[in-house]
Structure formats: C-alpha cells, structure tokens
Design a protein around this ligand. Sequence first.
Ligand code: CA
Length: 233
Amino acid sequence: MNKPLILVVEDDAPVRNLITTTLKTNDYRFLSAANGEAAILEASSHNPDIVLLDLGLPDMDGVQVIQKIRSWSNLPIIVISARSEDTDKIEALDAGADDYLTKPFSVEELLARLRVTQRRLSYMTAEMLAASSVFVNGKLRVDYAGGCAYLDGQELHLTPIEYKLLCLLSKNVGKVLTHTFITQNIWGRSWDNDVASLRVFMATLRKKLEQSPDSPEYIQTHIGIGYRMVRVD
Ligand code: CA
C-alpha cells in the first residue's frame, strides 16, 4: 500500500512543523496549508487520505473548511483545536469531521488518531468491496439483513431503540457521533430530553453488550459530546 498522504492545515508554524516532522519520521507523506483557502485548494487538487485541520485559521473558520470539503468528498477529517470548549468540537463533528484532537497533544496521541482513522478507512473499503450485510467487531456480530445482533455467538435481546442505536454506532465505527447526530437519527429530532433518554438507552444497551459497563470495551463516552464505537481486536 502507498504511504498515506496527510494534509496538515495549521497556521501556527511551530505546531505545523512538529506535526509534519512527526509524519515524516513515521512514514507518512504530507502536504501543508497555513490557511483555509490553501487547505481547500490542496484538498481538491491532491485528494489526500486524511486531513488534520486546525479550527482557528486566519482567513476562515475551520468549520467552513469542513463544509467546503464535505460538499465533494468524504475523506476523513481530524480536527485539531486549541479551544477546549466542547461546542466547537461538536460544531465541527456535526459539520462532518470524523474525530478531534485537543491542543496541546502528544505525538503519540496524534499517531494513535491517525491509526484509528486509517483502520476505519481500510474497513470501509473492505466492507464496500464485500458489500457486507454483517458487521463483526471483536465478539460482537450485527446481522443488518437479519435485524439481530450476537455477542460471542449468543443472540442479544435488544429493544428496537437499542438495536437502532447499535446499528448507528457500528455503521460509523471509529467515528465520534454527537448527541445531536444520534438523537436525530434515532428519533428524527433533537430535544434536550432526547439526550437524557439517549443516556438511558445507552446504559441499557451497554448492560447487554459490555462485560463491565463501567469500563466499556465497545462504546466510548465522550463527555458532553457523544459516543464512539471502537474497533476491538
Ligand atoms: Ca490556529
């Protein structure tokens, strides 16, 4: 496989250099852009595998860059933000970002996020090739066509909402889904009390799915943001 091509969008030169040096020493190819306009141009002309995008850019908001890229491409976008406010991350995720990294971050964290995204990409490709109607992750198996799910070969007795939730998370494995995204997909709306209901359904789903619901293996909680199903080996 070719070395993945990463587009690094960051106006802060020292941070940009740190990222590109890390990429170089870890066998990635890269392109870089210091503002939103250059980022959109690079993304459209070089078709990178993954975009690392700083949200605070001099010429436009990173969220606008996401919206622009999403108008023609589904390529994975990992948002890098110095802002610790959850609302920025949520806005970016809802605009179509796949994941986020909060500054300051370690080189290990950056590489881990890239690996997660690459795995997600390769699974997506494999699944599209196989046109698979069955999802397998660790001991979990979801049979979308049959409308049922199994853990370690045992059928899980899920309510319709729990099953819908499990399908939504598994079809987006590796991706952080915001509360709004989930409630809109499950109930077709997003009210404050829907987020409270979501917590309840998530708790009952986890009781059935996780060995120890307090340290979940399959579904991560992103406090104040949403949930992500992780790939389990
Ligand atoms: Ca910046």
